[in-house]
Design a protein around this ligand. Sequence first.
Ligand code: ZN
Length: 342
Amino acid sequence: MFFLHAATDAWYTANSLLAPSHLLLIRVSTATAAVAALLAAAPTSVRAQSAAPPMSTTNLPANAVAANRAKECPSCATWNAAQQPFRVFGNTWFVGTHGLSALLVTSPNGHILVDGGLPESAPLIAANVAALGFRMQDVKLIVNSHDHHDHAGGIAQLQQLSGARVVASAPSARVLMRGDSESDDPQFGGTLPFPKVRDVEVIRNNQIVRAGDNVITARFTGGHTPGGTSWSWLSCENALCLDIVYADSQTPISADDFFYTRSKTYATGVRDFKNGFRVLEQVRCAILVTPHPDASNLWQRVAQRDSGQTNALIDSSACQRYAQAARQRLATRLATEKSGRK
Ligand SMILES: [Zn+2]
């Protein structure tokens, strides 16, 4: 687990997003030790799976494993950069890495974890949860935006650490349990496998799922993948309650031989995108967070908040604008396909 040591206390302090009083409580090494203890206490099969790198490189030295990983996923190391956890609003906390979001929605009777990052993000997410003073064992529900390795890869280990229930749309549930995309994925052929998730429960569109005192609503917004799901919930801080929307990726990225306009493996791709755009344009939305934080300018907004603009994360038109930008991108993509330039 060499990646756990990439972040130093100095880095965390320099990039502090928490109030100074919290800083006194948080040392990366302490949180890391807590996760190491959790892993050590897990059954042997869990340790074996947790320690295994995504590809079968079990007997290679750490630097060879890192080199292999860099080759199969050039962006992974950057995405997996450590990030100090921080409060988004009320009981919603950012516990992901710097390049991949994961949110923790807490309650006295159990928490919800939204997304699991890469396989190698799981220890960082667990350490962030611990650093905030919460326990992985209190995570009762894990949900996912879409079933690619960079958002679903860490779920298997996080499920093992918490014992949480995992729920997903039917197409996503299949992929999560298979640990690999299926032929209906627009990126099929170029996606990376990830550790299989056990016992994923299938949910319906608009289903409300409960965990502890929290409720979270699934909003199917496919297109990027067949099972893509956005999630929304209410978080309160003092007397103010805000709708938080974790809107899934809306990019029509695909393998070279996939065409949204005439796909036989994913014939409803365009319709799914358009339905999803309508959902995101209409959903009550005060704070938007996306699986890739940059896709909704999270770091810029957090920096503004830290510099004194207390409401910088709040924007009731953010989901609409996110959907409208995606509409544009899809229109461009479809026009390119029709013109034969793709
Ligand atoms: Zn993706």
